[in-house]
Write a protein that binds this ligand. Structure first.
Ligand code: KIV
Ligand code: NA
Length: 255
């Protein structure tokens, strides 16, 4: 049976950690799914790792849908979540509803994720949830705000930590099914995890979260750059370079 939202919520209470990774294409998605990952996110980080943009801002709703469709064809078991890209949900709740609706109509997404916990966003999320669309929140370092906040740790002072905690509670009250915590101090992430009833999935947020997520290109060593908290399990850049050199040599020597 495929992993459901109810399932990961149960795992929080059973203290069974949730393993999540990103995917942007069919081949990798299929491997992740077969290897037993619980949740697959079609993250808008695909703007950088799959499309070569400098940040996540340029990726469009059409891009996200295209990649989500490819990923969906490879996923049988994992809970498939799709990121809403920059400016597909910020302008108004109405536009967010239309954008989110397209993701559910045109892909196999079983949830969407959008960034931020300010009051307008909380109200937008409430409307999406009321319309039947499961929403995952995302607070802390929100990369779509890179030009305002950079890629720094968030919540490092008592005031900003309090703000992130407050946003997390407001998002829960609006109906999110899970919350992504990115690049915040471990003690803050642990505190949020203990205080809210839905699963927290951390990236650069310490061991205290209910689950962990990383960008698969970082895990595989395929990224040009990766944050220090992203553990590289294998250096595929080196392996692929070696293999391709070998191939070129074989062709050129007619072997
Ligand atoms: O787009 C992405 O990869 C994300 C990460 C925080 C997992 O949102
Ligand atoms: Na993202």
């Amino acid at each position: 049976m495929p992993v459901s939202i109810a399932q990961i919520q149960k795992w929080k209470h059973q203290k069974k950690p949730i393993a999540a990774l990103t995917a942007s294409d069919y081949a990798i998605a299929k491997l992740l799914d077969k290897a037993g990952v619980d949740m697959i996110l079609v993250g808008d980080s695909l703007a950088m790792v799959a499309l070569g943009y400098k940040n996540t801002l340029p990726v469009t709703l059409d891009d996200m849908i295209r990649h989500a469709q490819a990923v969906g064809r490879g996923v049988d078991n994992a809970l498939l979540i799709v990121d809403m890209p920059f400016l597909s949900y910020q302008i108004s709740a109405e536009e967010a509803m239309r954008s989110a609706g397209r993701i559910f109509k045109e892909t196999d997404a079983r949830g969407i994720k959008l960034e931020g916990g300010y009051p307008d966003m909380v109200e937008t999320i409430r409307k999406l949830v009321q319309a039947g669309m499961p929403v995952m929140g995302h607070v802390g370092l929100t990369p779509q705000s890179v030009h305002r906040i950079g890629y720094r740790v968030q919540g490092g002072t008592p005031d900003t930590a309090e703000e992130i905690l407050h946003q997390s509670k407001a998002l829960v009250e609006a109906g999110i099914f899970a919350l992504l915590l990115e690049n915040i101090p471990a003690d803050l992430a642990t505190k949020i995890t203990e205080l809210i009833p839905v699963p927290t999935i951390g990236i650069g947020a310490g061991q205290g979260c209910d689950g962990q997520i990383l960008v698969t290109h970082d895990v595989l060593g395929l990224s040009d750059w990766q944050p220090p908290f992203a553990r590289k399990y294998v250096d595929l850049q080196s392996s692929i370079t070696e293999v391709v050199k070998q191939y070129c040599q074989d062709v050129r020597t007619k072997s």
